[in-house]
Design a protein around this ligand. Structure first.
Ligand code: FAD
Length: 478
């Protein structure tokens, strides 16, 4: 691989725009190929259907984005994104009970996806170093098993096909990437793939929040309990940039999903606690129900191929996509973009450079992968076609340990801090096996079990609820 003069990025979504931004620091020209017309304002588009559902950007991802695009977090906050401090600004019923609201450690940015995508894309394109070819479809890779030299594309309006040359092609075409197919057409052996599919589905509606409630009322999260060996149901009420609540109800395989306006509220009542239903009961719905059934964990292992062609790397959901409930996809893509930047800075002139770059990018997605996949295998009805030894052996012992951590984290501030660092991808997953953490698990003081959501009287009055209305609890320890 030679130092890239011209880089091509396949896909102008979140991962593609970040990859294009870092590539532009190293290559003379960068072209993004995108099927959609990318909106010039925060608007939905066809190629990003997940944009209708709740998204959080964890603090680790936000910090990386701010490093790549200085001032971006402040820009998002000024424009209305909510900064939700964990666990001070979040009331959450975990699998093991209500989480105490400990002082902040990490945070998540909450806002709509079109808003987030547009701000990031706008700042990248304002730099003037990235060109987007819109309404252009990627057909296949050009080159052979030793080197990729470009990509064949089709103009979606005129129908003309064309070959575009590049020294480096970055596949960021998302979950639907045809990379495996493209590589096998070049006579390369199949890229190994692991899939862990708990059958996650999302159903989302936006509501007008009561005045002041997107600032003065916490984000709400009611999770399933995998230990009951029933399909899981989840619900969140998350504040958005425009004074609305985005309400997402989700489930694992077999739990059904509300797909109509009539079904939405009754379904919310079937969660382990009625808080989500009580909040939306009095709120004005602003949108119909949007449904998505895209939530399997899927990971490719390109770095394991005996021969990996020069001039090609893969990032974002095309490389590894996760159950969205953990909120890791965008932060993982930010990690990949940072790894790409670092690797390009090291130079890519030597033979085997593309494999080295890919190895670094692949390493950056390992923590979110194992976190999501190892949790999802615990859900009843989860389908697995994976060889990762961490998923195929020692399940009972692993589950017992993660249950122990979950039980401690809701009642111990020190344990919760470490777990929040790991969940937010700020600290490595290996931190949970460190001596420091194991001794915290045994020594730290535990607060009593909470029997009701930890909401203050002021918060309750903001949404016109009373403590007594929150009494009905299913499957939560009293
Ligand atoms: C329901 C849901 C909720 C989620 N919630 C969160 C969350 O809370 N936090 C979080 O961090 N992540 C979340 N994610 C994950 C997050 O949305 C993805 O990780 C992220 O969008 C991946 O970006 P990407 O650029 O890799 O892929 P995509 O966003 O899918 O972008 C791929 C792009 O490639 C284009 N493209 C594809 N094929 C072609 C082609 N042949 N020709 C031309 N263009 C093409 C598409 O139009 C698209 O623009 C969620 C995902 C889902 C499904």
């Amino acid at each position: 691989m030679t130092t890239p003069k011209h880089g091509i990025v396949l896909g102008g979504g979140w991962a593609g725009m970040l990859a294009a931004h870092v590539l532009a620091r190293h290559a003379e020209t960068v072209t993004v190929i995108e099927r959609d017309v990318l909106p010039d304002a925060p608007r939905h588009r066809k190629g990003s259907p997940q944009g209708r559902h709740v998204h959080v950007l964890w603090s680790s991802g936000a910090r990386l984005i701010d490093g790549l695009l200085p001032g971006m977090v402040e820009r998002l906050l000024k424009a209305g994104a909510r900064k939700v401090n964990f666990h001070q600004d979040l009331v959450t019923l975990t699998s093991h009970g209500w989480q105490h609201r400990f002082p902040p450690r990490q945070y998540a940015l909450m806002c709509t996806r079109p808003f987030l995508d547009w701000h990031v894309r706008d700042q990248i394109l304002a730099g003037g170093r990235v060109t987007v070819r819109q309404r252009t479809e990627i057909l296949d890779l050009v080159g052979d098993g030793t080197r990729i030299s470009g990509v064949r594309v089709r103009d979606m309006d005129g129908g003309d096909t064309e070959t575009l040359g590049a020294d480096l092609v970055v596949d960021a075409s998302g979950r639907g990437s045809r990379l495996r197919h493209w590589l096998s057409a070049l006579d390369l052996p199949p890229v190994e793939e692991d899939v862990v599919d708990a059958g996650i589905a999302y159903s989302t509606r936006i509501y007008q929040a009561p005045p002041g409630a997107t600032e003065g009322f916490p984000a709400i999260n009611v999770a399933a309990d995998h230990r009951v060996r029933e399909p899981g149901r989840f619900g969140v009420v998350y504040p958005q940039e425009d004074g609305t609540w985005m309400v997402t109800l989700s489930c694992t395989r077999g739990a059904g999903l509300p797909t109509t306006e009539e079904e939405f509220l009754p379904y919310a009542r079937t969660l382990r606690h009625p808080l989500v239903a009580d909040l939306i009961n009095g709120a004005e719905p602003l949108t119909p129900v949007a449904v998505s059934r895209v939530g399997a964990n899927r990971r490719l292992y390109p770095e394991r191929l005996e021969r990996w062609p020069e001039g090609l790397v893969v990032v974002g959901d095309a490389l590894a996509a996760f159950n969205p409930i953990y909120g890791h996809g965008m932060s993982a893509a930010a990690r990949a973009a940072t790894a790409l930047d670092e690797q390009l800075a090291l130079g890519v002139d030597e033979a085997g450079s593309a494999r080295r770059v890919q190895r670094a990018i692949s390493a950056s997605v390992d923590d979110p992968w194992i976190m999501a996949a190892s949790k999802d295998v615990e859900y009843v009805g989860c389908r697995m076609n994976a060889k990762d030894p961490r998923l195929t052996g020692g399940a009972t012992a692993r589950q017992r340990f993660s249950d122990l951590i979950a039980d401690r984290a809701i009642r111990s501030s020190a344990v919760c801090d470490v777990v929040t660092d790991v969940i937010s991808l700020t600290a490595p997953q290996s931190e949970l096996a460190s001596n420091r953490f194991l001794s915290l698990m045994h020594q730290d003081r535990m607060l009593p079990v909470l029997t009701a959501p930890p909401l203050t009287p002021d918060e309750l009055s903001l949404v016109k609820l009373s403590p007594s209305s929150l009494a009905g609890v299913k499957g939560v320890p009293r």
